[in-house]
Ligand binder design. Sequence first.
Ligand SMILES: Cc1ncc(COP(=O)(O)O)c(C=O)c1O
Length: 396
Amino acid sequence: MNLSQRALNITPSATLAVSEKARKLKQEGKEVVVLSAGEPDFDTPEDVKQEATRALKEGLTKYTNTTGVDELKEAIQQKFKQDNQLDFSFSQIAACAGAKQAIYNSLAVLCGEGDEVVIPAPCWVSYIEQVKLVGAKPVFAYTNRENGYIPRVEDIERMLTPQTKVLIINSPNNPTGAVYPRELLLELAELVKKHRLWLITDEVYENLVFEGTRHYSIVTLDPEMYDYTVTINAVSKTYSMTGWRVGYAAGPEKVIKALSGLQSHTTGNPNAMAQMAAAYAIKNNRDYREWVKEFDYRRKYVYEMLNQMPGIECNEPRGAFYIFPEASGLIGKSNGNISLKNSLDLAEYLLEEALVAVVPGEAFAADNHLRISYVNSRENLKKGMEQMMEAVGKLK
Ligand SMILES: Cc1ncc(COP(=O)(O)O)c(C=O)c1O
């Protein structure tokens, strides 16, 4: 018997493929430096864990309101007010099982069969699959290293058709580390209003910006955008709470109402104890500022090392915790046995030869790139970069 067409259309995750190979090598006793992870290497802060334990002991173990308990909505509301100068009522906020579900549910209520969703590329891999899962078609507006992976409004406008329903933006960006400047966001707001599109803005890396770079929420810059925009955020990356699964969407009441209806029939509320821990983290926890300093150190180190490697060219990332070197100079080269045809081959070569796990650019709709996460110890990063440098040097 066949599976559904929807299931058959899903592209297997390249990130998971790399992780699986790395796991096998580890089983064989090899020490792999894993630079493919999408989460901070720090533990969730202790007081956040205690808050979850308290909620558990006090019996918060039942269903909650589908889109989150009042404590969490209040924390999210305050966060938007303080950090982004945005006002949302409870009926304009929905807590979900991570930003991932918040984005999927938003897409599911904003677009469907026959619609197109424009995404500046390179982009986070799940946008592509989620758009396909809701029956719509992903359309890419490509950026490149020369322009800092910052999209040009005319390139996005050129991809619009009468079928375009949604534009997704992600700044700070995974995988490129680009942070969209204020002027671009203002221009994008004009574009969205002119063409009457929905906008999903994924701001999960909001707090991870470096060297005076500022993150702007598009709705803050242009309040008319309240009516067009779903703003996505989460506790995952900022508070090192990826496994807790709490993210949120904030937008027009009719969108949040539809999203809530969908969620009520699928997963229901996000985990009750995790909601309390997330509310606590948003209100009280500022540990991440120290983490950002440490990420900044690692970012600079990896950037310097990569730029010394022949065949690799690399922009300095301004946000998130990824660096996205272009390795066009290595594609087509060989170590005598294997000839590298694309970034997938290169990532496999680095895994086998340098014992370094990175994600091939293909996973993010980009050729000839690698995504390297610098959320690993300084020691491991040094080891990884040195081994990578040696392996790259062997390619002719
Ligand atoms: C750009 C982007 N959005 C959303 C997510 C998912 O976040 P969450 O773990 O809160 O579902 C990720 C995680 O890798 C991401 O990189």
